[in-house]
Design a binder for this molecule. Sequence first.
Ligand code: NI
Length: 158
Amino acid sequence: MAILNIMKENEPVLRKISKPVGEITDRTITLLDDMKDTLIKSGGVGLAAPQVGILRRIFIIDDNPDNGHNIVEFINPRIIKTEGHQEEVEGCLSIPGKYGVTSRPMTVTVEATNRKGETFTYTGTGLFGRCLCHESDHLDGVLYIDNAIEMLDPDEVE
Ligand code: NI
């Protein structure tokens, strides 16, 4: 278990396209465990592997951040369904201190593999719908600031 260094906005690794995970190895499991520790320590809702410098199609989200944490792990995730629309405030652990309004679907369903190699689907709505899109974008080198409707003055948020 380890806390990983989170790459910041200007790091080129954040702009690269991550590669699919082939075999799930001990290294994959260690990465997932370390990402979990890193996400919980950071207080964020989601973390993608490229944010810790690993260009693999992996992200995790915490869908119960305020009450004991529930980390969901997504390997080779694919958005298979979206519904509705929302425009809400978004931030990113790689872009500390900044917030912006994004246009996202309200409800997002992702198909992925878990650490046991099993396929599952997961549906997130509201914050978690945004998060699934945001983390998926990280795997393609896209940051939310690229498509934000507007960036906010940090003093206006929180
Ligand atoms: Ni992010």
